[in-house]
Design a protein around this ligand. Structure first.
Ligand SMILES: Cc1cc2nc3c(=O)[nH]c(=O)nc-3n(C[C@H](O)[C@H](O)[C@H](O)COP(=O)(O)O)c2cc1C
Length: 331
């Protein structure tokens, strides 16, 4: 049976479906897909799914908000691609922290062609954990990524050699701490190495090759244990931190949108990307990273960018599982 979604404002019900499908292609921690959507005649609600919080890795819901922010960015871009302007209100009802945003597609307002173009990149973006080639990412490209973050009210600082070395050390330390924490490992294992039929979690096929020598430590999603892949070369990829100027729920939801704008901009520039979240998931090391960056921004996400081998898409839940009845936009 096909899910019925209401036509919304200037969008037909088929356009709403395709925008929601685009939203579900956003990245999320361990592919938890911690979002719910509702569409009514007044617009589309974006909600956090409290059943998909990671109590160990993400007790304060920071990464849940980043993931939902990424889904919201995809939704905005997909609506612009329909030639319609989405008016977005973040946290429209203060006492309801799970109601993250309402998106009202309106007529008459301008359509942002840059967002419409980024919408085309949504199905092409996949987390790529393979080793990256030695090809250097040019400074002009880094400038475009920085601009993408700034357009969404976030900051992508320029890192000097000392900061990169300090960050690499923080990654190693935080990875060790997490791998020695049985609660973290148990939670991580629940969401990884899922069987083929699973519509969430990270399948083994999405794991990369083991890093060699002094490379950045990436999470192992199963392929290394299988022993089927040899270590790849260990060139220096571009590693960037995206930070926010505050660290409350609103800042995090905004930074999730910035993260996705950076990722889709990178995809448009034919760059691959993966995440290195260990230092921002361990509270005292996140604080050290903040100091390393000069103390002005809250580090929210760390990305590795470069040119890897092709990465396959990982599954998503069907719309039927993530679309619920609206609570706010009933009229
Ligand atoms: C906030 C956040 C943190 C993430 N952290 C990591 C990470 O530390 N290591 C990793 O390999 N992938 C990480 N990911 C990537 C997810 O595992 C990935 O988005 C998910 O499996 C869906 O796959 P896709 O991005 O290819 O669509 C993170 C994603 C998000 C949104």
């Amino acid at each position: 049976m096909t899910l019925q979604v209401a036509a919304t404002g200037r969008l037909t019900s088929e356009q709403v479906r395709s925008a929601l499908r685009a939203a579900t292609l956003a990245p999320s921690t361990h592919n938890t897909q911690p979002w719910l959507f509702a569409s009514g005649p007044g617009g589309i609600e974006v909600r956090a799914d409290p059943d998909r919080i990671l109590p160990v890795a993400d007790a304060d819901r920071r990464e849940l908000l980043l993931s939902c922010g990424a889904a919201l960015f995809n939704l905005r871009a997909a609506i612009h691609a329909c030639g319609v302007h989405p008016v977005v209100t973040l946290f429209p009802r203060r006492p309801e922290p799970d109601l993250l945003a309402v998106v009202r597609p309106v007529g008459g307002a301008s359509v942002d062609d840059r967002l419409a173009r980024l919408a085309r990149e949504i199905p092409r973006r996949h987390t790529n954990r393979s080793p990256f080639s030695t090809e250097v990412v040019p400074p002009a490209v880094v400038g475009l990524l920085r601009h993408a973050a700034e357009l969404e009210h976030a900051w992508l600082p320029r890192l000097d050699h000392g900061q990169v070395a300090g960050l690499k050390e923080l990654v190693r330390t935080s990875h060790r701490i997490q791998m020695n924490d049985p609660a973290f490992v148990a939670e991580w294992q629940r969401w990884t190495a899922r069987d083929r039929s699973s519509r969430d979690g990270v399948p083994m096929s999405a794991g990369g090759t083991p890093p060699a020598g002094d490379a950045w430590v990436l999470r192992d999603f199963g392929t290394r244990a299988a022993g089927s892949l040899r270590p790849g070369p260990a060139p220096e990829p571009l590693v960037v931190v995206i930070g926010s100027f505050g660290d409350d729920h609103l800042d995090r939801l905004r930074t999730g949108q910035a993260m996705q704008r950076v990722l889709l901009t990178a995809t448009a520039l034919r760059l691959d990307a993966s995440f290195i979240s260990q230092p921002v998931e361990v509270a005292h090391l996140r604080e050290r990273l903040r100091v390393l960056l000069g103390g002005g921004v809250w580090p929210q996400i760390i990305l590795r960018l470069g040119h890897g081998s092709p990465a396959a898409p990982v599954p998503r839940r069907d719309l039927e599982e993530v679309v619920v009845a609206p609570t706010l936009l009933t009229a």
